[in-house]
Structure formats: C-alpha cells, structure tokens
Design a protein around this ligand. Structure first.
Ligand code: G4P
Length: 302
C-alpha cells in the first residue's frame, strides 16, 4: 500500500485557514454524508481554535438515510455539534443553513439587538477536503456561479464576501483541508467515493472493498443492482468476493479474449455505479458503536 498523507499540505492549509479565521464568526464544516469521519481532517479541532461550527453532511442524496440519521445523533451526542444533512446540487435543505448559522451566533446577535443595533450578517467560512462539494455549495448559496479567486498566483489576494440573503456573509474562497488516509480503511472509503484520485489505490482493490462491504451490509442491493444469481455465502472469503466481481463483469460485458473477465474494467464499472448512486443510497461508514458498525469488513489483497 503506497498511499501517504502529506503533512506539508496540511501545514500550508492550516496557515491559510488561520488567516481567514480572524475574519469570520463561524465555520461551516463540510463532510461527505457517506463517510463522515473518513472525509474529515482529524486536526480540525486544533485548526479551528474553538470557532463555533456547523457540520454539513453533504451528498446526503447518495447516503443511506438511516445511517445519516445515526450520524446526526452521533455529532450531537459525541461532539455537541449541530449536523445538517443536505444535497448541495439540488439545494435540498440548503435553506436550513442560515437559521442554523444564526443559532450558533445567537448570543452575539442578541447582544447587538440589546444595544439597539441592527445585527450584521453572520460571517462564515466553508472548510472541507477536495471534492466534498465546497464550490457547489457556495454557488448554490450565492444563487450564481462564483469564479474562484484569491488562491491563484497573480490574482489579488483581497477577500471577498458573498452575500446570502441579508443574514449570512460567506468568504468567497473556502478553506481546503486534507483527509488523513494513512489508515487503509479510510483510504479505501475515500477512493471508493471518489474523494481521492483513483490511481492512488489499485482500482480492483477499491472495487473489492466495495463489493465485500455491500455483501455484508447491503446484500439486497448487491444482488438486485448487479443482477447476480447468488450472494457470496461467506463475505470474509476473498475468493467468493472475486467470484462475485467476475459475475458482475460477465453480466456487464467486461470480457476479454478467451472469455476471461476484465477485472479493471469491471472495477471501474462498479465504482462508477456506486458514485453515481446507481447501487442505491449507500453509506460506507457507520458511527462508532452504532448500527452495523461492528460488521466492518477486513481488507485483503485481491
Ligand atoms: P469541492 O469544491 O469541494 O472540491 O467540490 P465540488 O463542489 O467541485 O464538487 C465535487 C463533485 O461533487 C461535483 O461533481 C459536484 O457536482 C458533486 N457534488 C457536490 N455536492 C453534491 C451533492 O450534494 N450531491 C451529489 N450527488 N453530488 C454533489 P462533478 O462536477 O461531476 O465532479 P466529479 O464527480 O466528476 O469529480
């Protein structure tokens, strides 16, 4: 396994976010609803230096609703954080962000009102790992496409505010965080959802992980969506998972000369289907100590 976490990236990201923290009241932490902890930077608590924080579980349209409800309870119970599931593309639940952001800043708003002042909009910074949906959400909140500025060389560094109604101001450039994918399971989840580039991990290993995970936790979906005749009797048996992958490849026409199955092509088909939501709404990580979390599959080489 050759994946690594680059501390250099993190130091730079941390510094950039620290500069922005001075300008804002609250942080909007964007996570992937399908893999909330794996899509999170584990140093986030240190980086944010106690700023009030709203968690958004984005891409909830692709996640298992039952698992998402468990995650909302988890963040409230374990971290005292308000977590809102949403879909930044369709805008579903995006309207909820402003009232929740205001609730986090309510003590300051009330103090301003008591002094007879008109409260100013809450100032927020969106942070999250690449591909989690930061630009999509910014555009949806702004109601238009925002051109990326600021962090490109040659572009003036001045920060701009995006007005969201009259009650929320967003910094135009989000804070980019990096996931920590030294842990093999975390790396596989990030690769499966498309958060990290496919070539970091062997494609067949990632697809193997997905098929095994589905055999254990979403067997009905595995059977139906791929039109399999039977499920692996024992998902911990690597041979049976490879056989299921071959059956998928055969059904989908990923066959090379001599009738052999093209495992790379099959793996790509499986991952594309997963990412597009064609396998159903699937969550690849359950909150520790809840639901089906105990049934995490072990990972072996294909
Ligand atoms: P980033 O700024 O955090 O890097 O992420 P960005 O907004 O570019 O979003 C990454 C991809 O995720 C985009 O797909 C975007 O449409 C998709 N996405 C964002 N939010 C949601 C959501 O709530 N639900 C779903 N289903 N998709 C969402 P893309 O442009 O097609 O990129 P890619 O998937 O081809 O990489």
């Amino acid at each position: 396994m050759t994946i690594q976490w680059f501390p250099g990236h993190m130091t730079k990201a941390k510094r950039q976010i620290e500069d922005k923290l001075k300008l804002i009241d609250i942080v909007i932490e964007l996570l992937d609803a399908r893999i909330p902890l794996s899509s999170r930077n584990p140093m986030i608590g240190d980086i944010l230096q106690g700023k009030p924080r709203l968690v958004l579980l984005n891409k909830a349209d692709l996640a298992d609703p039952e698992a998402t409800a468990e995650w909302v309870r988890y963040f409230a119970r374990e971290e005292g954080l308000d977590a809102l599931p949403l879909d930044a593309v369709s805008g579903h639940q995006v309207k909820e962000i402003v009232p929740r952001a205001k609730a986090l800043w309510a003590h300051k708003i009330e103090a301003q009102l008591r002094k007879g002042m008109t409260p100013r909009p809450v100032r927020a910074l969106i942070v999250g790992i690449p591909n989690v949906g930061k630009s999509t959400l910014t555009n949806t909140l702004a109601g238009r496409k925002i051109a990326a500025t600021g962090d490109k060389p040659g572009v003036t560094k001045g920060q701009q505010w995006i007005k969201v109604g009259g009650e929320l101001d967003l910094l135009d450039t989000p804070g980019i965080l990096w996931p920590k994918f030294e842990d093999q399971q975390v790396g596989l989840r990030l690769a499966a959802t498309g958060a990290i580039k496919e070539d970091i991990l062997p494609l067949d290993e990632v697809a193997f992980f997905v098929v095994r995970f589905m055999a254990m936790q979403y067997p009905g979906a595995l059977l139906e969506r791929f039109g399999l005749d039977k499920l692996p009797d024992d998902p911990s048996d690597a041979q049976q998972i490879v056989a299921a992958m071959e059956a998928i490849g055969r059904r989908r026409g990923a066959v090379i000369s001599g009738g052999r199955i093209d495992l790379d092509k099959t793996s790509l088909l499986i991952l594309r289907d997963l990412r597009a939501g064609k396998l159903g709404r699937i969550t690849l990580e359950r909150p520790p100590g809840e639901g089906k979390a105990g049934a995490e599959p072990r990972v072996e080489q294909v």
